[in-house]
Design a protein around this ligand. Structure first.
Ligand SMILES: Cc1ncc(COP(=O)(O)O)c(C=O)c1O
Length: 388
């Protein structure tokens, strides 16, 4: 952290300055993109702290310092995608270890767990983690990790991080929280007892739909060393240009999040009153089943939401998704531009249909990532799409 930042700063200041040390060679205020694969040594082992770019890169280091600062962590690690960051956490485990994971979470995380790691003998127990008693009942002597996503993608369920952290500690297991939806602006899982925070930096941290990247933030030194070893040994590291982009994105995260939250509030309330809408899933509604927990651990509710139509056919949902003009039909979320998505066939297609439906992710569900455009334009766009 730069000397000037050693003073105790507030979130907005942290986000702007985190990891931003002037370049020692030139004084450049933005860390240069060190586009290099290796570093010259004056004698074997005599170098300036950088040997080979899979292990270290100054642009990545600046970002990793920033990642730590914004999640109130001691350490940050950047990966080539959110899934690669998740992959690194699971590689901490041994065959026969057990993981308790949310039954409703990003489909790619489920695919990684069930299709890649199960065959290496790691057992995944999926449960509704918003119900602490379910998690307690799933704990065994073999439980080594609890994996929580809150709010969940796409149903916006909320898990009480502090309560789950108590269960994890009692079980002697690590708690990792996917904080992609909330971002450090709305929720800080490490402060609530989590051991590791994971982000798909592709989303709000980057913020401009121009990069794929992931992050882990944590406080424990030994755990950091183990994860760093996995990072450099398995090699899923982001390139310097992508590190630069995410670092730049972080500087405006608080400004963007404020607008995402304001627009999210307007759009969620508009949808809820619309005669063609059946149900809106957004954790800012006072009658959301986990509203109290959301209120307790989040400062605001964000711009992610899902909804179903009264006509619950897939065709009706597809018609709406194909008719928006400002909301682009695309996977991903968290960028400045609004996106509309069909989880059943897009982001969550890798979850078997019966599993999806059992957890409430029906074929007609539509997910929105509300961007930072003018809220009235967004409402007008949805209104015209719903009247097609
Ligand atoms: C909540 C959540 N976690 C993790 C990921 C995976 O991130 P990435 O696509 O950067 O690998 C995603 C991607 O959509 C996500 O929405």
């Amino acid at each position: 952290m730069p000397k000037k930042n050693k003073i105790n700063t507030r979130l907005a200041t942290k986000l702007v300055h985190a990891g931003a040390e002037p370049d020692p060679g030139t004084g450049a205020i933005m860390i240069p993109i060190y586009q290099t694969s290796t570093y010259v040594q004056s004698a074997p082992g005599k170098h300036k702290g950088y040997e080979y770019a899979r292990s270290q890169n100054p642009t990545r280091k600046a970002l990793e310092d920033a990642l730590a600062i914004i999640e109130n962590a001691k350490y940050g690690l950047a990966f080539s995608s959110g899934v690669a960051a998740t992959d690194a956490v699971i590689k901490l485990l041994e065959p026969a270890d057990e993981v308790i994971a949310a039954s409703d979470m990003y489909g790619g995380t489920y695919r990684l767990f069930s299709k890649i790691f199960e065959k290496f003998g790691i057992k995944f127990i999926y449960t509704d983690t918003s119900r602490i008693e379910n998690v307690e009942a799933s704990v065994s002597k073999k439980t080594k990790l609890i994996w929580v996503e809150t709010p969940t993608n796409p149903l916006m369920n909320i898990t009480d991080i502090a309560a789950i952290s108590a269960v994890a500690k009692k079980a002697g297991a690590l708690l990792c929280v996917d904080n992609t939806f909330a971002t450090p602006c709305l929720q800080n899982p490490l402060d609530l007892g989590a051991d590791i925070v994971m982000h798909s930096s592709t989303k709000y941290l980057g913020g401009h739909s121009d990069v794929i990247q992931g992050a882990l933030m944590l406080n424990d030194h030994e755990l950091r060393e183990r994860l760093y070893f996995i990072q450099k040994s398995c090699g899923a590291v982001p390139g310097p240009m992508d590190c630069f982009l995410v670092h730049r994105g972080i500087k405006t995260l608080h400004v963007r999040m404020k607008q995402h939250c304001e627009n999210g509030h307007v759009v969620a309330h508009f949808l809820r009153k619309h005669p063609k809408i059946n149900k809106v899933y957004w954790c800012g509604f006072e009658d959301h089943p986990h509203y109290d927990t959301a209120r307790k651990q989040m400062s605001e509710f964000g711009g992610m939401m899902s909804f179903t139509l009264k006509d619950d056919s897939t065709d009706a949902a597809i018609k709406v998704m194909s008719s928006t003009k400002l909301f682009s039909l695309a996977e991903s979320l968290g960028g400045v531009e609004s996106l509309i998505n069909h989880p059943a066939t897009m982001t969550h297609a890798s979850i078997p249909r019966e599993e999806r439906i059992k957890n409430g992710l029906v074929d007609g569900l539509i997910r929105l990532s509300v961007g930072i455009e003018d809220a009235e334009d967004l409402v007008e766009d949805l209104d015209q799409a719903l009247s097609q």
